[in-house]
Design a protein around this ligand. Structure first.
Ligand code: HEM
Length: 518
């Protein structure tokens, strides 16, 4: 066993021995997914605080460092080129996206991101990531938001519309179907969206549920049979998508930009099709459960429901909600840009849901022996090459030093003051450093839009109530990489159209008021 446990240098962060010798921490991660890092961090935060906000967990043939303090997170972000996210992008492409060795080798180039400084052209990994960042901000984001609004409305009308009877559905399952279609329609174009084939939809979500077994990358056809079949179905459908020149023409800017970046570096159409499994993963796996938790939180709390409803109504029905009755048959335009701008509590509420529900590990890999320095405590630590490092978001989100005495509470007003600067090392829902999620604006806009439309149009109640008559919040499942967790068991709900707004037609748009843009 000793040969499996690497030498611990006294300059490294303090060592926490596992309860089960050698394999204990590895078993912990495999069994509990991202939650394990925060469980460990929770257990050792007090100790880590005295010893620098970081500690070491030994695993077979390596070690993991777990960071628990915002100032140490900032120290790691400053060394992002060597305390790096890149290896995970490569391994994800190899193990889950099953890319060819040619394409994976291209992604694996310039891991430390030095080429540009040396005057060379950047590699494939950086090129595609830059294309994504560019596609998901500024003008490009606004263009995308317009098609997001169309997709959301059309699919909501199709899924529930304005039925007079009560619709009973599993909440997270309903959101999964609805948002998968809405998201992929605006990404790949409605006409040729490969997710129209229900087998592709099913295959995609099977892959998501089987990351651990698929990720081992050892005979997935035997040990992750169904997920492997689902993945093949996905690849086949996306192969067809790229074989049709019209499909790419009608796709979003981001899919075109990724296509160009990949082609520039000589990536085959087959690999581009496979890499789209990664795009869909990023697009959907956190957004879908985040929408579910937001709806649970709003509909389980009468006061917040009332407050959000009247704030949104004040923008959409400036003459009061009673005026809706006189607008039968008319089209009510909901400009989500305007709603968000005029009623900041909506976005603040959504950000708070994302803060308290966030479970990401912000995984990093140490590419060379590195000293990191905490500027607050002035302490320095050695990180050894080849080690894994995690910065669990749940831990910093619960930090009173970072968020005040209400850190562990749900406070929908926490983000209300937009002028208040939030430290990037304390707000980690979207990760940080040079791996900061490029989809964060899209995700937030999309989530607030779903929330607003549901609150405006529907009432939701659970089929089964808890002992006090309120909502019984479902327990969370586990996942090896997803941040916002899906419940272990879905929650059955009744969705009913609101009487106040029956008979109205809706239009959902994104119209930016340039004079008010920050
Ligand atoms: C609520 C929704 C979302 C959450 C909570 C979320 C969270 C995250 C997190 C935690 C990371 C890793 C950052 C790190 O380790 O520091 C990440 C990366 C990423 N996300 Fe998101 N994300 C969401 C939605 C989206 C959307 C809608 C897209 C758009 C397609 C997207 C695209 C990406 C990409 C491409 C990366 C990799 C970044 C890189 O390699 O540099 N995400 N996201």
């Amino acid at each position: 066993a000793r040969s499996l446990t690497p030498y611990h240098d006294p300059r490294e962060p303090f060592l926490v021995p596992p309860k089960i010798p050698v394999f204990g921490h590895l078993i912990g991660v495999l069994a509990n997914g991202t939650g394990y890092y925060s469980q460990m961090a929770e257990r050792y935060t007090a100790k880590a605080k005295d010893k620098g906000g970081i500690f070491t967990l030994p695993v077979p043939n390596g070690k993991m460092y777990i960071v628990t303090s915002p100032s140490m997170i900032a120290a790691c972000d400053r060394k992002a080129k060597v305390v790096s996210f890149s290896v995970f992008v490569v391994e994800f492409a190899r193990r889950i996206l099953a890319g060819s060795s040619h394409a994976v080798d291209l992604l694996n180039q310039d891991l430390k991101e030095e080429w540009e400084r040396e005057g060379k052209e950047i590699g494939l990994r950086q090129e595609t990531m830059r294309a994504m960042h560019k596609s998901l901000m500024g003008e490009n984001l606004d263009v995308m938001m317009r098609s997001v609004m169309k997709s959301l409305l059309a699919l909501l009308d199709e899924a529930i519309g304005e039925k007079e009877e009560v619709v009973e559905k599993p909440l997270f399952g309903f959101l999964q179907d609805f948002l998968t279609m809405a998201g992929t329609n605006f990404m790949f174009g409605e006409e040729n969206n490969p997710f129209q084939d229900k087998e592709v939809m099913k295959g995609f979500w099977l892959v998501d549920r089987c990351y651990t077994s698929l990720g081992l990358n050892v005979r997935p056809d035997l040990i992750a049979k169904e997920a492997n079949r689902g993945r093949e179905k996905f690849f086949e459908a996306f192969r067809k998508f790229y074989a049709n020149p019209k499909a790419l023409e009608q796709a979003s800017y981001i899919i075109k930009a990724r296509y160009q970046a990949n082609r520039k570096h000589g990536v085959s159409l087959e690999d581009i099709a496979r890499f789209d499994l990664g795009v869909c993963t990023a697009l959907l796996v956190n957004t879908v459960p985040a929408a579910g938790w937001a709806l649970c939180r709003v509909y389980s709390d009468e006061n917040i429901l009332k407050e959000l409803r009247s704030g949104i109504e004040a923008v959409v029905f400036p003459d009061g909600i009673a005026s809706a009755k006189e607008k039968q048959g008319q089209v009510i335009k909901v400009n989500m840009w305007q709603v968000t701008d005029a009623f900041p509590l909506l976005e603040s509420f959504m950000k708070e849901v994302l803060r308290v529900e966030s479970n990401n590990a912000s995984a990093r890999f140490v590419l060379e022996d590195t000293m990191i320095e905490d500027r607050e405590s002035r302490r320095s630590y050695l990180l050894k090459k080849g080690s894994f490092l995690g910065m669990p978001s749940a831990t910093v989100h619960g930090s009173e030093a970072a968020w005040g005495s209400t850190a562990k509470e749900f406070d929908p007003r926490r983000f209300l003051d937009r002028s208040k600067k939030i430290s990037p090392s304390a707000w980690r829902t979207f990760g940080g450093g040079n791996a900061l999620c490029p989809g964060r604006h899209l995700a937030l806009n999309e989530l607030t839009s779903i929330l607003a439309m549901m609150v405006l149009r529907y009432d939701i109640e659970p089929v089964e109530r808890g002992s006090g008559g309120g909502w019984k919040m479902p327990a969370k499942g586990a996942h090896i990489s997803t941040s916002i967790l899906t419940p272990a068991k879905d929650i059955q709900v009744r969705i009913r159209s609101r009487e106040e707004v029956t008979g109205l037609k809706w239009d959902l748009v994104w119209e930016v008021d340039e004079t008010r843009k920050e």
